[in-house]
Design a protein around this ligand. Structure first.
Ligand code: NAD
Length: 306
C-alpha cells in the first residue's frame, strides 16, 4: 500500500520546458510544489493543481524529490547555493534532479556538496525540445549513482521516453554537450549546403528533398526545413541557449584538452547572429549569418522557384 504513495515532487523553473514537464507530473498523480521568479508562471500551475512556495529552500523542505529546469549554471547555482537555496534543506534521503543544460563542472560540484549531506543531486539534461516536453517523450541522459537513478526513474518516466543512466555525476551534462556540438555543426552544414545550391540556381526545396533520401539525411533538416526555406525563425530553441551550450562544450574541451575546431567556428557564427540582434531566433536562424556573408537569401530562391 505504502509503495503506491507517490512522493511529493518540487519543480523550480517553469519556462518553455519546465511548464509542460510540470503538467505531465500532475497528470501522472505526483503532488507538486512549484517555484519560479516569474509569478505568472507559478499562478498558471497553481490553477492546474500545484501548490507554490516562494523560495527554493521552501520547495526543498516540502518535497521528497526536487526537479530544476533553469537556463544556465548561474541560475542553478543561485537556486541551490544562495541564501534560502535548496541545499539549505539538505537531509539524508532527499533527492534532487537538475534537468537544466549546464556546465558539467557545476553538476559535479552540486553532487559533491549534496553527498556531504547524505543526499544526491543527479544531472539529467534532456533533448527533444518543447514538443517532447509537451508530449512527455523527452530523451533524458542521467549522471549519478545507480541507486539515485533507480529512485528517479519512475518520476522521469512521467516526462520522458528514452531515459539512460550514462555514468557518474556530471556524465549526463557531458553527453548533453556532445549532443549540442553535433546539432550546432549540422545546422551550419545544412545552412551552407542550402545556401550554396540556392545561389547556384537550384530550388532549395528540391535540394532538401534529395538530401533527406541519402547519407546526408538529418533530423535537423527534417525538423527545421520549414524555418530555413521560409526564413521564419520563431523559437524553438533560442540561439542564446545554444551559445551557452557551446560555451560549456569549449569549457569541457579545455578541461580535457580536446580541440573542437568545427564547434569553435559555429560558436563564432552564433555570436555574430546574437550581435546582429538575433539571439532569440531559433538556432536554425544561424542560416541568416551565412546568408549575410553570401549576399543571398535562401527563402527568396525557395519562393521564386517551384
Ligand atoms: P526558459 O527561459 O523558457 O525557462 C527558464 C525558467 O527559469 C523561466 O521561467 C525563468 O523565469 C526561470 N528562472 C530563471 N532564473 C530563476 C531563478 N533564479 N529562480 C527561479 N526560477 C528562475 O528556458 P527553457 O527553454 O525552458 O530551457 C530550460 C533549460 O532546458 C535550459 O538549460 C535549456 O538549454 C534546456 N533545454 C531547452 C530546450 C528547448 O527546446 N527550449 C531543449 C532541451 C534543453
Amino acid at each position: 500500500m505504502a509503495s503506491e504513495v507517490r512522493p511529493t515532487v518540487g519543480l523550480i523553473g517553469l519556462g518553455i520546458m519546465g511548464r509542460p514537464m510540470a503538467r505531465n507530473l500532475l497528470r501522472a498523480g505526483y503532488p507538486l510544489v512549484v517555484h519560479d521568479v516569474d509569478r505568472s508562471a507559478v499562478d498558471a500551475l497553481v490553477a492546474e493543481g500545484a501548490t507554490a512556495d516562494t523560495t527554493p529552500r521552501g520547495v526543498a523542505e516540502a518535497t521528497d524529490v526536487l526537479i530544476t529546469m533553469l537556463p544556465d549554471s548561474p541560475q542553478v547555482r543561485e537556486v541551490y547555493l544562495a541564501p534560502d537555496g535548496a541545499l539549505e534543506a539538505l537531509r539524508p534521503g532527499w533527492l534532487a534532479i537538475d534537468m537544466s543544460s549546464i556546465a558539467p563542472s557545476t553538476a559535479r560540484e552540486l553532487a559533491t556538496r549534496a553527498a556531504a549531506g547524505g543526499s544526491e543531486v543527479l544531472d539529467a539534461p534532456v533533448s527533444g525540445g518543447d514538443k517532447g516536453a509537451i508530449a512527455g517523450t523527452l530523451s533524458i541522459m542521467v549522471g549519478g549513482t545507480e541507486a539515485g537513478f533507480d529512485r528517479a526513474l519512475p518520476i522521469l518516466s512521467a516526462m520522458g521516453k528514452t531515459i539512460v543512466h550514462v555514468g557518474p555525476a556530471g556524465a549526463g551534462q557531458v553527453v548533453k554537450v556532445c549532443n549540442q556540438v553535433v546539432v550546432a555543426v549540422v545546422i551550419e552544414a545544412v545552412s551552407e549546403a542550402l545556401l550554396l545550391g540556392a545561389k547556384a540556381g537550384v530550388n532549395p526545396a528540391r535540394i532538401a528533398d534529395v538530401l533527406q533520401g541519402g547519407l546526408a539525411a538529418t533530423k535537423v533538416l527534417e525538423l527545421r526545413r520549414e524555418n530555413m526555406l521560409t526564413g521564419h525563425f520563431d523559437p524553438g530553441f533560442r540561439i542564446r541557449l545554444h551559445q551557452k551550450d557551446l560555451k560549456n562544450a569549449m569549457e569541457l574541451g579545455g578541461e580535457t584538452q580536446v580541440a573542437l575546431p568545427a564547434a569553435a567556428v559555429v560558436e563564432q557564427l552564433m555570436r555574430a547572429a546574437a550581435a546582429a540582434g538575433r539571439a532569440d531566433y531559433d538556432h536554425s536562424g544561424l542560416l541568416t549569418v551565412l546568408e549575410d556573408l553570401a549576399g543571398f537569401r535562401v527563402c527568396d530562391a525557395a519562393t521564386t522557384a517551384s
